[in-house]
Write a new protein. Structure first.
Length: 240
């Protein structure tokens, strides 16, 4: 067990495989993306920061729906794939543990952080930066692995965050944080957000044909992901 995920761009090694897996696959196309896109709402004409954008699957959907997208990711290969996929987007290699100092205050209408919170050691710094670049009337949408699923897989002390090494999918070695739901809510609070909605998604009906067993399980069990929409707390002084 280690105490940090670190800054090695671990997805670089399997970025192309991730794209193949996530483009039409069960967990991403039929479970996570529908939930986060629902929470983002109407993005037409909006400036969206896709934080930890991966290979640009969200960015593609967002641009199709009329948004202007800026994407960042720690993995250079992910940024290459996103740039190829979404030529109109602005993409940059960036570690979210560092300040987004090229983005002005209140320059984004929406921020998306999909399936990436668990890789950030400096979650408070990252969330405060995402809050800073958001307009006061904007929203952050994030998804993360469901803590119940993490706890069922790993057992032990549910309440104490820790770093786990796992092997997923096609042999991908992944190091990530597991932490209780309370911790994510507290981190959002401490970064100046109010949780507006929290979804425990179910797979889309089309997912039943892809994998009936998994579909049936994930319609009953909280072992996949969860998604949160949080807004800048209007009671706090404006930043900047
Ligand atoms: C599970 S993938 C999700 C990608 C994309 N958001 C999606 O849902 O398709 C996690 C992504 O987080 C990125 N990531 C991990 N740590 C990061 C960090 N410190 N800063 C920026 N991106 C990071 C990885 O490179 C990877 O692209």
């Amino acid at each position: 067990m280690t105490e940090q995920v670190g800054t090695d761009p671990q997805y670089d090694d399997f970025a192309d495989e991730y794209l193949d897996h996530a483009r039409d696959g069960f967990y991403n196309a039929h479970y996570d993306r529908p939930a986060c896109l629902d929470l983002l709402g109407d993005v037409s004409g909006r400036r969206v920061l896709d934080a930890a954008c991966g290979p640009g699957l969200y960015a593609h959907e967002l641009v199709e729906r009329g948004a202007t997208v800026t994407g960042v990711d720690i993995s250079p290969r992910m940024i290459e794939l996103a740039s190829e996929r979404v030529p109109s987007g602005e993409f940059r290699v960036h570690d979210l543990g560092e300040p987004l100092d090229w983005l002005p205050d209140s320059s984004m209408d929406l921020v998306l952080l999909a399936l990436a919170l668990e890789y950030l050691d400096n979650r408070m710094g990252a969330l405060r930066e995402l809050r800073r670049v958001l307009r006061p009337d904007g929203a952050l949408v994030l998804s993360r692995m469901h803590p119940t699923g993490d706890w069922l897989r790993h057992g032990g002390d549910y309440f104490t965050p820790r770093v786990i090494d796992e092997v997923w999918s096609k042999g991908w070695r992944v190091r990530h944080w597991v932490s209780p739901l309370e911790r994510t809510c507290e981190e959002l609070h401490d970064a100046g957000f109010l949780v507006e909605r929290l979804l425990e998604p179910r797979p889309t009906p089309e997912a039943a044909a892809l994998d009936p067993g998994r579909y049936e399980r994930l319609t009953r069990e909280p072992t996949g992901f969860l998604a949160i929409r949080a807004v800048p707390d209007p009671r706090l002084p404006e930043q900047g």
